[in-house]
Design a protein around this ligand. Structure first.
Ligand code: CUK
Ligand code: CUA
Ligand code: CA
Length: 642
């Protein structure tokens, strides 16, 4: 029996995650035992996930289940890890605690595996003349009432001033937005409560606006803005003109406030200028007041006439500027919803602030902006980012000291009131120079204090030599007990800045294994086919429309619906392929030799590519995903007449 015969389901339904009767794993196993085995794996993984969330109150046995990093063959990880990809411009999905990389999601980059930047579907998302690189730092999942909701991921592009949305269900980028009135989008966060209505992002560099050659060397006229993007429409809701610059951003657990660090309150354009002041600041934004100001028409527009920009500079009722030392970097809210910590970078301190006091300040009950500060504990050299275990402890990366400092929030606040109390719990050496760190579930109400990742910028001699460019070292640390324990070194391709870990049982059921027919991602292609009278699930036809040729075909292992098609030299050719295999994991590819084209077509997906047939001759197209014993024979000819 061929794979193809095996793959057809009598009821014609799309196979799902729990239906292993048609899963490839079961097919390859070839026996009922394989099917049962796969089911049992799922169950065992679920139990481990549960045990993980109960560890605080559980006996040692549960703890061992949660804290073994050993994930044997066939077993699944308890957590998804979502990693930004830095200069690669992509996102990566890992399993934690194994730290196995599962998939990469191209976002701002060109990706030859799935044809990102090559297919028409991806080009629609990227937009015309899209830059071919990106620099992803901050990736966050949409939330509902402070819990991960498995709808979207959002990520910044520092390189080309963009923000992207990625659908969690298919792990595919579906929107990319360029941000006007800003240069270099750095910090990015989601509104947590009542749900992610806005995605906030920071323009880091100050430049003239419009940036068209005017005021080139007049930095006093440079400025930047804070941006709120509507998470559903991916259109800009509003922007806030600020003093200084914007580095990282954070949101509270009421939905009312957000804040951002500024390291360049000086408005400097040279390194020394940006380090002049002993204190820069954190700027807080009153979201309802900003919405009201926009509604009342109290705004200007700059580069984009549709984007309202309210004035949030010093003296505005929309913002609060809290002086903090010195060139602060990360800003991190505690999962109990009470505190927010700015990390001092050039100061050995972090600044602990109270969201409640921020609220009081906006209500006019506090006079001095510094009244929102509860404590300024000294932790060590180069504090960059802080994360939390949900048990009252904070973990701060010390870039210069190459350490993670574990400290207790309440004790630090007591010390801030003048009590003699040691708030530092432990310092753990990491290898080397950590930027972000992140504890499991720490950016939600469900912080579970199980695992901590330290994203180290330098790996030095920890791995085999691979030339002058070294991998980063993302270290996994067990924080479930009283002491942090370093568990594993994990080399990664440069340079994930940030990541988060979320429990598999919360979101795995939202991930599709097979595309829905007519999915919005490729709906425009289906609409084009319909206009041509094509049923993408069955038709194999060539439509000629002047010198435009549209070639529609299906793919089902081990054959394309068309063995050949003929065009004239100079024709604009669009090849549209629909994968009609019903088997989970049975992906095909379409690579056109010597034409620089490859694309992926997963089950029930339609992918298309447009190119000019500018070379006469015979050009073989072939399948690039090993789909069948006769995969190498899965090919056909494009005949280009001179
Ligand atoms: S930033 Cu890179 S270590 Cu872009 Cu969040 Cu701090
Ligand atoms: Cu289809 Cu290989
Ligand atoms: Ca500064």
């Amino acid at each position: 029996m061929s794979d193809r015969e095996n793959s057809s389901r009598p009821d014609g339904e799309t196979p799902d995650r729990n239906d292993h009767t048609v899963s490839r794993r079961a097919l390859l196993g070839g026996a009922a035992a394989g099917v049962l085995g796969a089911g049992a794996v799922g169950l065992a993984g679920g139990a481990a996930g549960l045990a993980g969330s109960l560890v605080g109150a559980s006996p040692a046995s549960a703890r061992e289940v949660a804290h073994s990093t050993d994930v044997p063959p066939g077993k699944l990880d308890d957590y998804y890890g979502v990693w930004s990809g830095g200069q690669s411009g992509e996102l990566r999905i890992l399993g934690v605690p194994s730290m196995r990389e599962l998939i990469r999601i191209p976002v701002f980059n060109v990706d030859g595996t799935i044809g990102w930047g090559i297919t028409n579907e991806s080009k629609r998302v990227l937009g015309p003349n899209a830059p071919l690189n990106g620099d992803t730092h901050h990736v966050h999942m949409s939330q509902t009432d402070g819990h991960y909701d498995g709808r979207y991921l959002f990520v910044n592009d520092k390189a080309n001033t963009r923000v992207a949305r990625v659908r969690w269900d298919v792990m595919r980028t579906d929107k990319i937005l360029h941000i006007p009135n800003a240069q270099s989008i750095h910090g990015l966060r989601v509104q947590r409560v009542p749900k992610t209505k806005y995605v906030f992002c920071n323009g880091e560099f100050r430049v003239p606006h419009p940036n068209d050659g005017r005021d080139l060397n007049d930095p006093k006229k440079y400025f930047t803005v804070y941006t709120a993007i509507d998470a559903e429409t991916m259109k800009i809701a509003w922007q806030v003109l600020v003093d200084g610059n914007l580095d990282n951003t954070e949101t509270d657990y009421t939905g009312k406030y957000s804040g951002a660090t500024c390291y360049n309150s000086e408005g400097g354009v040279h390194l020394a200028d940006m380090m002049e002041a002993e204190r820069d600041w954190v700027v807080f934004f009153d979201i309802p007041r900003i919405e009201a100001a926009v509604k009342a028409g109290q705004y200007k527009t700059f580069e984009d006439p549709d984007v309202p920009v309210v004035d949030g500079r010093h003296g505005s009722k929309l913002t609060l500027y809290v002086p903090v030392p010195k060139n602060p970097h990360g800003i991190n809210a505690s999962p109990d919803g009470k505190y927010v910590v700015a990390n001092g970078k050039l100061s050995p301190t972090v600044t602990v602030m109270s969201w409640e006091k921020v609220d009081q300040w906006f209500a006019g009950k506090l006079k001095d902006p510094r009244d929102v500060v509860l404590a300024e504990p000294e932790l060590g050299l180069g504090p960059l980012h802080t994360t939390y275990d949900g048990r009252g402890n904070a973990y701060t990366t010390l870039f210069i000291d190459s350490q993670i400092c574990k400290w207790n929030l309440h004790d630090a606040i007591r010390a801030g009131k003048g009590e003699k109390v040691n708030y530092i719990r432990q310092k753990l050496d990491v290898n080397f120079q950590p930027g972000h760190n992140k504890a499991s579930m720490a950016e939600t109400r469900d912080a579970d204090g199980q695992w901590l990742i330290s994203l180290n910028k330098f790996s030095k001699d920890r791995f085999l030599r691979v030339g002058p460019l070294h991998p980063d070292n993302d270290q996994l640390i067990d924080i479930s007990g009283d002491e942090m324990k370093l568990v594993s070194d994990n080399p990664v391709y440069c340079e994930p800045h940030d990541c988060f870990m979320l429990r598999r049982d919360l979101v795995e059921h939202k991930v599709k294994q097979v595309w829905d027919w007519g999915d919005p991602f490729y709906a425009e292609t289906v609409a084009m086919a319909k206009k041509d009278g094509i049923d993408i699930q069955s038709d194999n036809k060539i439509i000629r429309d002047g010198n435009k040729v549209r070639v529609y075909m299906t793919s089902a292992a081990p054959a394309y619906g068309l063995n050949e098609f003929e065009v004239n030299k100079g024709d604009e050719v669009t090849v549209v392929i629909t994968n009609i295999d019903d088997v989970e994991d049975l992906t095909h590819g379409f690579c056109l030799s010597n034409y620089g084209i490859n694309m992926e077509i997963s089950p029930h997906e339609t992918s298309s590519v447009t190119f000019t047939a500018d070379k006469a001759g015979v050009y073989w197209y072939y399948c690039t995903f090993f789909c069948h014993a006769l995969h190498l024979e899965m090919r056909g000819r494009m005949l280009v007449k001179a």
